[in-house]
Structure formats: C-alpha cells, structure tokens
Write a protein that binds this ligand. Sequence first.
Ligand SMILES: [Zn+2]
Length: 169
Amino acid sequence: MADVLWAPWRMTYILAEKPTNCIFCTKPQEQRDAENLLLWRGHTAFVMMNRYPYNNGHLMIVPQAHVSSLTDLDPATRAELGELTMHCEQALRQTMRPEGLNIGINLGAAAGAGIAEHLHIHIVPRWNGDTNYMTVVSAIRVIPQHIDETYALLRPYFEALQPQPPPAA
Ligand SMILES: [Zn+2]
C-alpha cells in the first residue's frame, strides 16, 4: 500500500534506536498527548499521528490491548476501531482534502509491521502526484516541521467529537 511512497525521512526511524517497551502501551499513559501526537482517546482504542509518516497526515488507529492479531480483540474493540477509522477519514477529508486514502493493517513483520506485537490500522492521505513531488531534500526539511502543524489542524475535529457511552459489557 503506502510503502510505494518515497519517504526518505523514514530513515531517521529506521536508523533510530528502537525503544524496548511498546510505544502503543506507554505513550497513552504519559498524559502528554500533544507531544506524543495522540489525537483522541476512545474507550478501547486511540488515534495517534505517525511521527515517521509515509505522507503528511499519516494517522494510526490503535487498540489499547497489546495484541498482534485481530482475533485476539474483543468485538467492542473491533467496533471502535472501525468507528475511529471513519472519524480519521472524516478528519483528514475536512482538513487536508486528500484525493485518496490508503487504509490498512500490516500483520506481522513479514508484512511490513514496524511494531508487529501491537497491531494498528494505518490511514494515509494521498494526493495525485504525491509519489513524485517529494524530493529527498524537501521531504527531510519540510515533513518533520509539518507534524505539529498537522496535529493542530486535526485536533479540533477530534475535540468536537462527543464522548460516546462505554460499550455495553
Ligand atoms: Zn503494546
């Protein structure tokens, strides 16, 4: 899917020393949502921006449960993942006006998962020609600076969401 994009700034991620603990388990506990690029917390799942995006606006929908397979999630979590994916689509459409979107899950390292042990859904906005215009130089200089701006752009959509009642047990 999105890995056809030329995203050389991801070398920072590829070369960086990886944390030994799971960021999808630790970041939500830190209460530093803007710094951690955490956009929205649901009951069983949350929305986070990818710090090493394939494209500007690359979001991830993540269950709180540390599992590597959809079959290990309870139905309420699977349902909320779907709802949050819809909200991410809406937020991106309203703010960034993409011409297309890639949505997908990489299950397992062989499928390209960076954090295989804690599954997550990727949603990547696409524009016609976006595989061409991002050169090495402009990407490295521009994309990281855009991340905080993109967070500020997307955050109001999620702030306006009415908190939903907890799913029935
Ligand atoms: Zn985890």
